[in-house]
Design a protein around this ligand. Structure first.
Ligand SMILES: [Zn+2]
Length: 447
């Protein structure tokens, strides 16, 4: 098994991540988070929010609706350009993203260019392709009552989309925020939430799913200050990824995206790549979006997006720096660094070396024996005390101590605390360390 398969298997076995709609045979490109995965995901999102919003004076939160007026996607350009090159195999009818199955071509590939690559169908091995067609990746839905016998015009009037990015929920609220709290420039608006992309072929576990959670900031700057803003955001991303998420710097690589590959709105983009178990993949993006979005919204809405500088009285439309990261991508990076196999007393051990600030549980408390009421009672007291102090504490009295350690190692609990007969005498407990497996005796009062 590859390391990624090992992680997928552990995550399912221990209740971190399940295939979406598992009980009905699954739903491609969707994943559900179990109790431990939910806690890990929430901790990642909370750390991000604390770091980028709560601890800063220049950042504010936004929580916009997922379903937006469809004019949003006309103005943003998504309706016209948020499309992938789809190609169909005429032999077996399988559909693929052309730029993902052939090398040396980009998203803007033409049918001729694709045919010249002489790519064979990954499913049936034949080479008999239809033309390249543009497939818009936005999910469509209808808002309000639409009946099966409605004509196309009526149905279309109600047509809208699930948001393909959280960013537009921020841009469309820019004017509300400037009008109400009038923040000093530069300032950032941050949002966490779901985004939807109808990927032609979702793959790579939670890396390319159809429904994902994004964490995005639109950082508004004066037009001539965009380079400073870009460097500020760039440094913050590194600090957050390396010192809060504890991803090693040598696994992170910056890739300057060339003009022809950049999204339609960007004048400069750096992709932050990460060495995942199956190879280098994009972890997050940092884009200079210019005033593209605000100007488009001004045009589509007829409302001014001007900002008046409080010192110089100069009036302009701010430019924007956007760091954008997918929670699931970040979670897989964290999991792939944490997943470790080693040997303890000649036995293979799987251990999730999650950083303490991200581990679902910080402590596990257990009585040495579950059939000794005096031990159980003492252990419950320690458990309650630690829960009040640290919140994320778990209780485990199943099986023998060895089995409990193995389980806690697999879910990444940094410390296991065991109450034994000595505890009843001298109020000390054993603390066992997840990474070194070393055990020390500590007074309960010092926990
Ligand atoms: Zn085929």
């Amino acid at each position: 098994m590859s390391k990624l398969e090992d992680i997928v298997s552990l995550c399912k076995r221990r209740g971190f991540i399940f295939p979406g709609s598992d009980i009905y045979g699954g739903m491609a490109g969707t994943w559900d988070f179990g109790p431990l995965g939910t806690t890990l995901k929430r901790k990642i999102m909370d750390e991000w929010w604390r770091y980028f919003v709560e601890s800063r004076e220049d950042m504010y939160g936004v929580d916009a609706a997922i379903i937006m007026n469809p004019r949003t996607w006309v103005a943003s350009g998504h309706l016209a350009t948020f499309a992938d090159p789809l190609v169909e195999c005429k032999e077996c009818k399988s559909r693929f993203r052309a730029d993902k199955i052939a090398s040396g071509i980009t998203e803007s590939v033409t049918t001729e260019e694709f045919l010249d690559t002489h790519t064979k169908c990954p499913v049936c091995g034949k080479e008999n392709w239809g033309p390249i067609r543009k497939f818009n990746m936005m999910f469509t839905t209808h808002v309000g009552a639409v009946l099966p016998d409605d004509d196309a015009e009526t149905a279309n009037k109600n047509l809208t989309y699930l948001r393909p990015e959280t960013a537009q929920g921020i841009f469309t609220n820019y004017k509300n925020i400037v009008d109400t709290i009038y923040p000093d420039l530069p300032f950032g608006l941050a949002q966490q939430g779901k985004a939807f992309r109808n990927e032609i072929s979702p793959r790579d576990y939670i890396l390319r799913d159809r429904e994902c959670s994004q964490m995005e900031i639109e950082y508004f700057v004066a037009p001539n200050a965009w380079e400073d803003g870009f460097e500020t955001m760039r440094a913050l991303q590194h600090d957050f990824l390396e010192n809060v998420m504890h991803l090693p710097a040598d696994k992170l690589h910056e890739y300057e995206v060339p003009a022809e590959d950049r999204a339609h709105y960007s004048k400069r983009t750096i992709d932050f790549m990460f060495d995942y178990p199956n190879g280098e993949e994009e972890l997050m993006g940092l884009a200079y979006r210019t005033d593209f979005d605000l100007q488009n919204i001004a045009r589509e809405s007829g409302k001014s997006m001007d900002y008046r500088d409080k010192v110089t009285n100069e009036v302009f439309v701010p430019h924007v720096i956007e760091p954008s990261i997918g929670v699931e991508r970040l979670m897989l990076a964290v999991l792939s660094m944490a997943y470790t196999e080693d040997e303890v007393n000649g036995e293979k051990r799987i251990v999730l070396k999650l950083p303490e600030n991200l581990a679902p549980y910080r402590f596990c408390v257990s009585p040495l024996l579950k059939n000794k009421p005096e031990l159980v009672e003492k252990a419950r007291g320690v458990y309650q005390m630690l829960r009040e102090k640290y919140v994320n504490v778990t209780w485990d009295d199943s099986g023998n101590i060895g089995k409990r350690y193995r389980k806690q190692d697999e879910i990444g609990t940094p410390k296991c605390i065991v109450i034994d007969f000595d505890t009843l005498e001298d109020d000390t407990v054993t603390i066992r360390d997840r990474d070194t497996t070393e055990q020390v005796r500590v007074k309960i009062s010092e926990l």
